[in-house]
Design a protein around this ligand. Structure first.
Ligand SMILES: [Zn+2]
Length: 101
């Protein structure tokens, strides 16, 4: 059985990897409701390392791996909104092409 001191030491070591839904929402600039939807709608969404009273704590790297595997955002971090190519990047590419001509 770990002592309180050991638990505290280990938590401090991993603190930056332990995230709530609000932290995940901030990480991607999205609403907390959307993070909740990811969990509800996807069976393969990472399992929290800790849950109590509807509060979950996840490991950030597992969330990041899941988000990138799902292709939710383009390589520049824009929201793809279920499209296969990024309308924001395409828009700026089109503007650049026009300004070259
Ligand atoms: Zn983009």
């Amino acid at each position: 059985m770990a002592t309180a001191t050991e638990i505290r030491r280990d938590l401090e070591k991993y603190a930056e990897q332990l995230v709530f839904a609000a932290d995940i929402a901030n990480r991607y600039g999205i609403s907390e409701a959307r993070v909740t939807n990811w969990k509800r709608r996807h069976d393969d969404y990472p399992v929290p390392v800790f849950s109590r009273s509807m509060r979950n704590i996840w490991i950030l790297s597992e969330i990041e791996d899941w988000v990138s595997a799902k292709g939710i955002f383009c390589e520049n971090g824009h929201d793809l909104k279920r499209r296969s190519s990024c309308s924001t990047c395409n828009y700026y590419k089109a503007i650049r092409r026009e300004s070259v001509i």
